[in-house]
Design a protein around this ligand. Structure first.
Ligand SMILES: NC(=O)C1=CN([C@@H]2O[C@H](COP(=O)(O)OP(=O)(O)OC[C@H]3O[C@@H](n4cnc5c(N)ncnc54)[C@H](O)[C@@H]3O)[C@@H](O)[C@H]2O)C=CC1
Ligand SMILES: CC(C)CC(=O)C(=O)O
Ligand SMILES: [Mg+2]
Length: 372
């Protein structure tokens, strides 16, 4: 792959979103410098910051810029002033949902890996978590988050609808991925109760005949929530609808070690979007304690999307090195002295310079003038 020019729209959002985005950009700039690529970053508003500035959680110019981009990097959106006000008419989350729908981002892909290097330092070493490695395909533009909603003084409803087409298109991606991995696909649904889940099961059963090498099994979501913790190594590819995927992937982040470690890619028919699976973690805003690795690994997924596999592998290697050298934010080690920015700089430095022997102040605080 030659030298690439790419325009990346950045939606930092709210809370810790801007902090983790800055670290992902720092790492992408290190990749660009090392390999000669040109990445152009343009920041736009979405979420609570956009409501504050324009009254709209997803301004028109943000959608237009996203449509024109080669890829989108998103931090996170959300603010307690809306979460704690059930009567709010405009909400940051509406911006994110509308963006996903406008860009047709129907598949959200969330890798979950148990990091040996973290387990080595943990009482969880040699437990059932070790070796877990799965990929969650979460449907992202249908289901209950997008159905008709209503409210009276004493009642409320949210409708859940799925069409065959919405299931087929993401199921193909999940089957193709399973075929390239360990040939196992688990559909998670609630087909004992929900009509939509029965449609998911019918469609996936039909499609399984076209993928004879992939073993398919079916789990009700309540059982799946338990099996994820009990026997995470049993999972390879998980395919599920929007809300179940949202909930199960946050649960699965505990297998990796922290919500701050899990990246994602959202794909559809046009531009793709890359974002950590976590939210805006408002309690941590400005404290320098947010883990930037989920955002950095989302940037690595973006590099894979650009077919820059060598570059993506280097970023992942740099993340492993940081975990191995215990350059961690405090949720992974409460005694760790490293901030969001220092973890990001350490990873960027590795990308720029290659292997480091020890985490030393000089590797983290200085020598980075070209990328920070
Ligand atoms: N994609 C998005 O932009 C999402 C936005 N949200 C929004 O975020 C706001 C906060 O929601 P919460 O339910 O508190 O979820 P959250 O994901 O922001 O935080 C939940 C917990 O996960 C941990 N955590 C999250 N990110 C972390 C990081 N980078 N490093 C270390 N620990 C981390 C913290 O312990 C935190 O208390 C809400 O307004 C919500 O609507 C929630 C999920 C996704
Ligand atoms: C607005 C929410 C659906 C965001 C969320 O929790 C997620 O995408 O994981
Ligand atoms: Mg979520």
């Amino acid at each position: 792959m030659g030298i690439l020019n790419k325009k990346i729209v950045v939606l930092p959002g709210d809370g810790i979103g801007p902090e983790v985005c800055n670290e992902a950009i720092k790492v992408l700039e290190a990749v660009a410098e090392r390999f000669g690529h040109r990445f152009y970053f343009e920041k736009y508003l979405m979420g609570a910051c956009a409501i504050d500035a324009t009254g709209n959680p997803l301004p028109e110019e943000t959608v237009d810029a996203c449509m024109e981009a080669d890829a989108i990097l998103l931090g996170a959106i959300g603010d307690p002033k809306y979460d704690n006000n059930p009567a709010a008419k405009v909400r940051p989350e509406q911006g994110l949902l509308r963006l996903r729908k406008s860009l047709g981002l129907y598949a959200n892909i969330r890798p979950v890996t148990a990091y040996d290097v973290l387990l080595d330092h943990s009482p969880l070493k040699n437990t059932r978590i070790a070796g877990a490695d799965m990929l969650i395909f979460r449907e992202l533009t249908g289901g209950i988050y997008f159905g008709e909603k209503g409210r009276t003084a004493d009642s409320a409803y949210d409708n859940c609808t799925y069409s065959r087409l919405e299931i087929v298109r993401i199921a193909h991606l999940a089957f193709q991925s399973a075929a390239l991995r360990r040939q196992k696909l688990t559909l998670v649904d609630k087909a004992n109760v929900l009509e939509t889940s029965r449609l998911w099961r019918e469609v996936v059963q039909d499609m399984a005949q076209g993928y004879p090498d992939v073993a398919v099994d079916y789990l009700f979501v309540d059982n799946a929530a338990m099996q994820l913790i009990l026997n995470p190594r049993a999972f390879d590819v998980i395919l599920t609808e929007n809300m179940f995927g949202d909930i199960l992937s946050d649960e699965a982040s505990v297998i990796a070690g922290s919500l701050g470690l899990l990246p994602s890619a959202s794909v559809g028919n046009h531009v793709s979007l890359f974002e950590p699976i976590h939210g805006s973690y408002p309690q941590a805003k400005g404290k320098g304690i947010a883990n930037p690795i989920a955002a950095i690994l989302s940037a690595a997924m973006m590099l894979e999307h650009f077919n820059l596999q060598k570059e993506a592998d280097l970023v992942k290697e740099a993340v492993h090195n940081a975990l191995e050298k215990q350059v961690l934010t405090p949720e992974l080690n409460p005694t760790s002295p490293y901030s969001t920015e220092q973890v990001g700089s350490f990873i960027a430095y590795y990308v720029l310079e290659g292997a480091l022997v020890v985490p030393h102040k000089s590797n983290i605080e200085v020598g980075l003038s070209t990328i920070i």
